[in-house]
Design a protein around this ligand. Structure first.
Ligand SMILES: *Cc1c(COP(=O)(O)O)cnc(C)c1O
Length: 375
């Protein structure tokens, strides 16, 4: 056995070969898929309430928060909307450095809010100084209810320093809420929500959490919850005050996605068994390996130096591979990676290494890409 094989905990033996190296949806473990086939139960039952309470407690641990986690039967984009409807009465600043941060801005506009858009170059991170500049200039015209920042821009593979951003924003404008999208980083890297002072941190089920799509989660601070009480037009499905009332009884106002909750429960146990620290370390190790491989093969890296994502790597297609042909070749080996996003189509390759991805999966992918390219 090689040294690295000894150091790197092997994948569970029953783990199937990873197929999806796309940044969501990601492969789901068979035990997690199977959990969804259990019979329905009433959602106003003791059995459901204990399932909900268990998941809520485990999610709070994963978010490193003592406050609360709302669980919605809807995807992460819905949680973008929930965040805006509950936390923004007046103005919001949205930092846009990729497709998903742009979506959050679009959601704010769609909700009829006064959204101030701050564009930053794609493939770069949002920096605390840029946040300070934007906040100070907006504050000259009145208060700012919230800022929106995407922690891990999946479109470019860039991670922004949200801890430093939140700290500086708090210093400049204590009443401004810091809303963070951690859809593609959550559970792949530590995001201690309370310690970092994030007022809302949201994620989806189908990225690093490696669950089927259809659930989203948000850790919501007491400050954000209190703010919701002052904002009108929160709607009904996303209303934090209503969600809180039901959360106290370990259930949701509308019918929860019971099968997905069962899958969530099994997956949260699997994460606990692996150990969160080991899980974070695995993601960082896979990211480092992917970057090293790309450079070794004469490819470029798109992310600003020092801000590369731990869960998805964006590689410049400097060898001008036909990415469609590459994916057709990979399909024959039951694998798939992602083309560049939007204007990077054909110019970049995105390799997701999140969720159920292990060292041997990546090596198998790299081997196949090298075979395709004749490297
Ligand atoms: C995938 C993604 C979203 C959208 O999430 P859905 O669950 O598809 O609605 C938002 N933000 C980021 C960073 C994402 O990667």
């Amino acid at each position: 056995m090689t040294l690295s094989a000894v150091l790197h905990k092997p994948a569970p033996v029953d783990k199937p070969r990873q197929r999806l190296f796309i940044p969501g949806p990601t492969d789901v473990h068979p035990d997690v898929l199977a959990a969804q086939t259990a019979p329905m139960i009433g959602h106003r039952s003791d059995e459901f309430e204990s399932l909900y309470a268990k998941c809520e407690a485990q999610l709070k641990q994963l978010f490193f928060t003592d406050a609360r986690v709302y669980i919605l039967a809807a995807t992460g984009s819905a949680m973008h909307e929930a965040a805006i409807r509950n936390c923004v009465g007046g103005r919001v600043i949205s930092f846009v450095n990729g497709a998903f941060s742009q979506r959050w801005y679009d959601v704010a506009v769609g909700c009829g809010k006064e959204a101030i858009r701050v564009d930053l170059p794609w493939c770069t991170a949002v920096k605390p100084a840029q946040v300070a500049d934007a906040l100070l200039s907006a504050l000259a015209d009145g208060p700012v209810d919230a800022i929106t920042v995407v922690h891990n821009e999946t479109s470019t593979g860039v991670t922004s320093p949200v801890a430093q951003i939140a700290a500086l924003a708090r210093e400049i404008s204590p009443e401004t809420l810091v809303l963070v999208d951690a859809v593609s980083s959550f559970s792949g890297t530590p995001i201690p929500v309370d310690e970092w002072g994030l007022d809302l941190c949201l994620t989806s089920s189908q990225k690093a959490l490696a669950l089927p799509p259809g659930l989203s989660f948000a850790a919501v601070s007491d400050r954000a919850f209190a703010k919701a009480g002052t904002v009108t037009g929160r709607g009904w499905y996303f209303d934090f005050l209503l969600l809180e009332r039901y959360l106290k009884r370990n259930t949701t106002p509308a019918t929860p996605a019971i099968s997905l909750m069962r899958a969530l429960s099994v997956q949260l146990d699997r994460i606990q068994t692996e150990g969160v620290e080991a899980r974070f370390a695995r993601h960082h190790r896979l990211a480092e390996r992917t970057r090293a491989w790309a450079v070794e093969k004469g490819l470029g890296l798109m992310a600003e130096e020092g801000y590369a994502s731990p869960t998805v790597t964006t590689i410049a297609n400097t060898r001008a591979w036909d990415i469609q042909a590459l994916n057709a070749f990979l399909a024959g080996r039951e694998m798939e990676l992602s083309d560049g996003y939007g204007e990077y189509k054909g110019k970049a390759i995105r390799i997701a290494h999140m969720g159920e991805c292990w060292d041997e999966d990546l090596e198998r992918l790299f081997g196949a890409v090298e075979e395709f390219a004749g490297l």
